[in-house]
Design a protein around this ligand. Structure first.
Ligand code: FEO
Length: 478
């Protein structure tokens, strides 16, 4: 005799229990196909088919008996706190944060974690805006199911197909078989690439500027190519004056209960906003400018990004930052001195230069060791300031690898418009300055003519050179 727990799941995808199947058999189901029809068990991934068939056989043979339950078990909904939050009338946050994440995109450190935002509109028709990363899928699905209750999901708007938002699309479309996806033609192509052509058939391509009525809300869809991938679009809800902005206006960092940017201490967040922008979207300043241009024609009360807090007050703060970052305009007149130093002699020269710059009135000087700092932090600081000093030892007849890597990162992230001074070191044949100059050629940055060459260490006799370089930097700030 097979004793089963009637509350236990037999088909996870369709959330069907052993008890549901036994009841369906009692009501006349005779085959697995009948059970699929009545309960949706086996209808999705199909991995439970053998289990369902075996249980069906046992029930039909009278060899299955429901366990006596000592007491009513606690349901999942009673033990799991809901993670959804109300954003405004009809719109809910259903995303989640991953605090265990070490790196975003496998490369960017996220010591404060990462949020993956998704939003649900409960109008006459229901609309989900994006899904989430695999890491937070269970919390997201529970949020969504809890909020929807008995309602079905009518539409899934896909703004961006990068898997940190798209990984859960297939699961959402499986759970709500009537749900229609809406996306750009580029996103539909990627849907097929990621999930196969069958699933892509569930998507309706939408043209730039098209509107849709969901009841009392009017949504319009606007292409935003290369913010951050080519298939990206954003949605504007005219009724609530909300912009669902995809990756734009997002940040690294988990949400700690404060859902809105006006509820957090922005001083704690702005470095992550900058590091996120400059490293994720930094290269695409032109496309970001186009998006800002489109947004300027809309009346926006609220910006709902795919990462980080929602903006509903003082939107000018983030719009001003985006204006500067996307035009490669420094936020401050200041200097980042980024150095690659093996035994500390190049670093000492950099410290001396930093002191001279400070003495000459430069308030904002930052020393960064490229062998210790992750390049994403240095890129962000270099976007922030007007000037950059690159100082490297010569290594194997070329550049020290950490410096070479950093300059490649500068190129990758499109940093331009900076004034760059070079300092090199070498004990017998210094070539680092020439190598750095070569790598910077054509990047849109201005390399100052004056360079400093150290032979092993900075000499007393070179302090004048250091002073002249500092003067040249200060005068180029005027
Ligand atoms: Fe947050 Fe481009 O994905």
């Amino acid at each position: 005799m097979f004793e089963y727990d009637p509350k236990k799941s037999i088909c996870t995808c369709a959330r069907v229990t052993y008890g549901d199947v036994a009841e369906a058999v009692e009501q006349g189901a005779k085959t697995v196909a009948d059970l699929r029809e009545k309960t949706r068990a086996t209808a999705f991934c199909g991995s439970c088919t053998d289990r369902v068939a075996a249980f069906l056989t046992a029930v039909q043979a009278g060899e299955a008996k429901a366990m006596a339950m000592a007491e009513e078990p606690v349901s999942e909904n009673e033990i799991v706190a809901p993670g959804f939050r109300q954003v405004c009338e009809d719109i809910y946050y259903v995303g989640a944060s991953d605090r265990a994440a070490d790196r975003f995109e496998k490369q960017y450190p996220v010591p404060r974690g990462m949020s993956f935002n998704s939003y649900l509109l409960l109008d006459r028709q229901t609309v989900l805006f994006d899904t989430v990363d695999q890491s937070v899928r269970e919390v997201f699905l529970r949020n969504l199911e809890t909020l929807l209750g008995q309602r079905k999901l009518d539409f899934l708007v896909i703004h961006h197909m990068e898997p940190d938002h798209a990984a859960t699309i297939a699961e959402v479309l499986r759970r709500w078989p009537k749900c229609q996806a809406i996306c750009t033609p580029g996103a539909k192509k990627m849907l097929s690439q990621f999930f196969g052509p069958q699933l892509a058939k569930r998507a309706q391509e939408i043209r730039d500027g098209v509107s849709m009525l969901t009841g009392k809300h009017v949504l319009s869809f606007h292409n935003a190519p290369m913010v951050h991938w080519p298939e990206v679009m954003v949605t504007y809800d005219r009724t609530s004056e909300t912009l669902f902005s995809a990756d734009a206006f997002g940040t690294f960092g988990a949400l700690d209960g404060n859902l809105f940017a006006d509820q957090v201490n922005l001083g704690d967040w702005m470095d992550d906003y900058r590091r996120y922008y400059t490293n994720i979207v930094g290269k695409y300043g032109g496309p970001v400018q186009q998006l800002l241009q489109k947004a300027s024609g809309l009346s926006i009360k609220r910006i709902c990004p795919l990462h980080g807090p929602i903006w509903r007050q003082d939107l000018g703060i983030i719009l001003d930052k985006y204006q500067k970052w996307s035009t490669y305009t420094p936020e401050e007149k200041g200097v980042v001195i980024a150095y690659a130093s093996i035994y500390g002699n190049t670093e000492l020269a950099c410290q001396a230069l930093a002191g001279v710059l400070s003495d000459k009135g430069v308030r904002d000087v930052k020393l960064m060791d490229l062998s210790r700092e992750h390049p994403s932090y240095v890129i962000a600081e270099a976007f922030r300031r007007s000037h950059l000093v690159l100082a490297s030892v010569t290594y194997n007849g070329g550049l020290f690898p950490d410096m070479e890597h950093f300059i490649h990162q500068m190129v990758h992230h499109g940093l331009k418009g900076r004034t760059v001074a070079l300092l090199e070191n070498g004990s017998w044949a210094p070539v680092a300055a020439r190598k750095m100059d070569e790598l910077l050629t054509g990047t849109g940055n201005h390399v100052m003519g004056k360079k400093i060459t150290l032979l092993s260490t900075l000499k007393q006799s070179q302090l004048r050179e250091l002073d002249e370089l500092a003067d040249a930097i200060v005068s180029s700030m005027q």
